[in-house]
Structure formats: C-alpha cells, structure tokens
Write a protein that binds this ligand. Structure first.
Ligand code: GDP
Length: 295
C-alpha cells in the first residue's frame, strides 16, 4: 500500500537525518520534497501546499524545545500532520437505531455491493449483530443476484423483490421485514451509475428521506485518485453523507484519495476495503495509516 509515496517521503525526510540542527534552508529543502511526494501521490495541489506550509511552520517553531534529532522531529511532525489531514480520530458507525439503517451510495464498480457484504459480515462476527442486506438496484438484475451470492457466502439474509421496480418501496419493505424478523441492522445497497448523474442522486436522496438511515455511507474506489475526491464532493453536495468507505486500498493505489478526501468533504473515512474477500475490511485509523505511509 502506497509504496511509492512511502519511499519518496522517506527520501525527503532523509535530507535532515545527517544534520545536527534544523535550519530554514534544510527545512525548505525537505518540505519541497515532501510536497513533491504528495503531488506524485495524486494529492490535490492546494492541500499539498497547505500541508507543507504547516509542516514548515511547526518545524521551525519547535526546534529548540525538543530533544529529538532534526530527522526524527521532522518525521514526527509529518506523521502528526498526516494523521490530522486524514481525520485525527477514528470514527465508528452509529448502531443506535432499532434497527440501525445503513444506506450505501457510490458509483457503479466502486465496490458498494462487496462492501455491503463485508460490513454485514463484520457486524455479525465482530459486533454480534443480526444484519439484513437489502437489494435496491432495480436496474441491474445481476446486481440483485450478486448481493444474494454475497449473502449466501456469509450466511446473511438478503431481502429483494424482483417484481418491484420502485427502490423506495423495496427499501421500506426491507426495513419492515427487518423489524418483523429481529434484524437489528439493515444495510441497503443502492444502484450506482458509471458517472454522477441527477437521477441516481435523486433516487438515493428519496430513499434516504423515506427511511431515515442512521448512516449514509459513500463508497469510493481509491485507485481513481483525484477523481475519487471529485466524486466524493459531488455526492456530498447532494447527500451530505456521514462517512466515506475507501475500497481497493490493496491495489496499486498512490494514496491521494486517502490523504485528501477528508479535508475536501469534511467527513470521516470510516472503513477501508483491502481485497475482494469478505474479511478484507478494516476500521480506518488515521494514525495507523500515517504510520504505514511513513513506513
Ligand atoms: P458496485 O458496482 O459498487 O456494487 O461494485 P462491486 O462490489 O461489484 O465491486 C466491483 C469490483 O471491485 C468487483 O470485482 C469486486 O470484487 C472488486 N472489489 C471491491 N472491493 C474491493 C477491494 O477492497 N479490493 C479489491 N482488490 N477489489 C475490490
């Protein structure tokens, strides 16, 4: 994960390792390299610039007060700033409803259906919940089949209605089914499209207004870099969602989406997807991610 970025940051921070003290010149040199590494990782220019300005300011301000070597100090400052940029604290999901309703949104191919299954499996095995999956993609019969396959694989019931082409009615019937059958979590998989469009947005908004979920989550493919951030912004402008799910972090992703999405939409990344298997889900911890990035 983020091998290229880790390597470049390590190289950038190396500049200071041989120096006995922090000076304006070696800080400027280091932060320039840090900025270049972030831009190469597909972090937006403005975010990279603000980030390195903060790092520079902190480094120059802290010099005399620390016992750390300049190299170690710089690593610590960059790590702290990366952690903050990615959200600071870990944010869980709200499971206080009875049932708790979780609405999934995102483009087709982002990994929504896979993640719906992973989340259901996680809540069943780790949180002792009894989830119900609801298939609301009325345009692609294959999507309904896919959710059933996932449900069978993890032993979780899937609610669908192939005769009905109204996703709101299906979502409502799904919630009613959950209540009647003792499910305490309902995960609703909605239809995605290949690009942001008004009809899809309206449909998800209408489902949300009808069922009032505790959590509306936006799923995005981290491999798509700055596009991921732009798509997140478009969805958030309409949906004002509660959290982001970053999928495909196991692939050859450069890291830009993970680093910048929080500061663009001001919503926490809640989980990450790290593979195609149902177990490949992790709670997102900003500081652990910063550790991984810095190697
Ligand atoms: P949806 O159209 O948004 O429902 O997307 P799908 O759940 O069908 O996922 C699209 C493709 O991405 C499938 O081939 C999944 O196996 C794959 N996929 C989903 N999540 C991940 C992930 O975290 N890592 C990897 N490597 N593949 C994933």
């Amino acid at each position: 994960m983020f091998d290229n970025l880790s390597e470049k940051l390590d190289k950038a921070l190396h500049v200071l390792k041989g120096h006995g003290q922090i000076t304006e010149i070696n800080v400027a040199e280091t932060t320039k390299e840090v900025r270049r590494a972030l831009l190469d990782a597909d972090v937006n220019f403005k975010i990279a610039k603000e980030f390195t300005n903060r790092v520079k300011e902190k480094a120059l301000g802290q010099n005399v007060l620390t016992t750390l070597q300049p190299g170690q100090l710089m690593v610590k400052i960059v790590k702290d700033e990366l952690t903050q940029l990615m959200g600071g604290e870990t944010e869980g999901i709200d499971l206080s409803g009875s049932p708790s309703i979780i609405l999934m949104s995102g483009l087709q191919g982002s990994g929504k259906t896979t993640f719906s299954g992973k989340l259901a499996n996680y809540l069943k095995t780790k949180k002792n919940k009894k989830p119900l999956l609801v298939a609301c993609d009325v345009y692609r019969p294959a999507a309904i089949d896919q959710l059933h396959v996932v449900g069978d694989q993890i032993g979780i019931e899937v609610f669908s209605d192939r005769e009905n082409n109204d996703p709101i009615a299906i979502a409502q019937a799904g919630v009613a089914h959950a209540k009647a059958n003792g499910h305490n979590v309902v995960i609703i998989d909605t239809a995605g499209r290949l690009a942001v469009d008004e009809r899809m947005m309206n449909e998800i908004s209408n489902i949300r207004n009808a069922i009032k979920p505790q959590e509306t989550l936006f799923v995005v493919d981290s491999m798509t870099g700055q596009d991921a951030v732009n798509t997140a912004k478009a969805f958030n402008d309409v949906l004002n969602f509660d959290g982001v799910i970053l999928t495909k972090l196991d692939g050859d992703t450069r890291g830009g989406a993970a680093i910048s999405i929080k500061s663009v939409v001001d919503k926490p990344i809640k989980f990450i997807g790290t593979g195609e298997k149902m177990e490949a889900i992790d709670v997102f911890h900003p500081s652990r991610m910063a550790d991984r990035i810095l190697g």
